[in-house]
Design a protein around this ligand. Structure first.
Ligand code: HEC
Length: 158
């Protein structure tokens, strides 16, 4: 079934579009832009006051494990002697950006992985607003291309 799908779609598309040169040129233009990497990079319009708040809350509560700039340790991929992994960087160099805002928020509230208590849960200690502030500061640290990929592929995936 799968094998036939693409040619069928291509042929259908061709028939549908062959009568309409406008849609063909629009589609071609978009394809060209994608191929040439001309699609626009997503802007971050964060509130500077929220970034400052987030950084202060992070430094007070999280920096002890994740580092003052969320850089943690360069050896975060290497297990410790007890077989557990050290706290990862959150600054865009590790994989925090593979998760949506909702997933990150839930993880910070609950801690984890479940039962092992490696990352403490912050429910009852920090408000959701404070966690959102921290996450905005963390996202402000990510390089443009990391934020762009996160925004398009993770946060707003279809
Ligand atoms: C006692 C040390 C410790 C403190 C304090 C701590 N963390 Fe963590 N954090 C960890 C460890 C260890 C992990 C890795 C857990 C795992 O996945 O095995 C982690 C993982 C995370 C992750 C997931 C990263 C990823 O790549 O998926 C996020 C997000 C995070 N922490 C945010 C925070 C925030 C925000 C705070 C402060 C409110 C905080 N942490 C405080 C130890 C800590």
């Amino acid at each position: 079934m799968k094998k036939c799908l693409l040619p069928t779609l291509t042929i259908t598309g061709f028939i549908l579009m062959s009568g309409c040169t406008d849609s063909i040129s629009t589609a071609n233009k978009l394809l060209q832009q994608i191929q040439q990497g001309q699609t626009e990079i997503v802007e971050r319009n964060f509130d500077p006051a929220q970034i400052t708040r987030g950084r202060a809350i992070f430094r007070e509560n999280c920096a002890v494990c994740h580092g003052p700039n969320a850089e943690a340790t360069p050896n975060w991929r290497k297990p410790l002697e007890n077989g557990r992994y050290p706290p990862p960087p959150l600054d865009g160099t590790a994989h925090a950006w593979h998760h949506s805002t909702e997933e990150l928020k839930r993880f910070i509230l609950k801690g984890g992985p479940p039962g092992e208590g490696r990352m403490p849960g912050w429910e009852g200690k920090l408000t959701e607003q404070e966690i959102e502030d921290i996450l905005v500061w963390i996202k402000s640290l990510w390089p443009d291309e990391v934020y762009d990929a996160w925004y398009k592929r993770i946060e707003h995936r279809q």
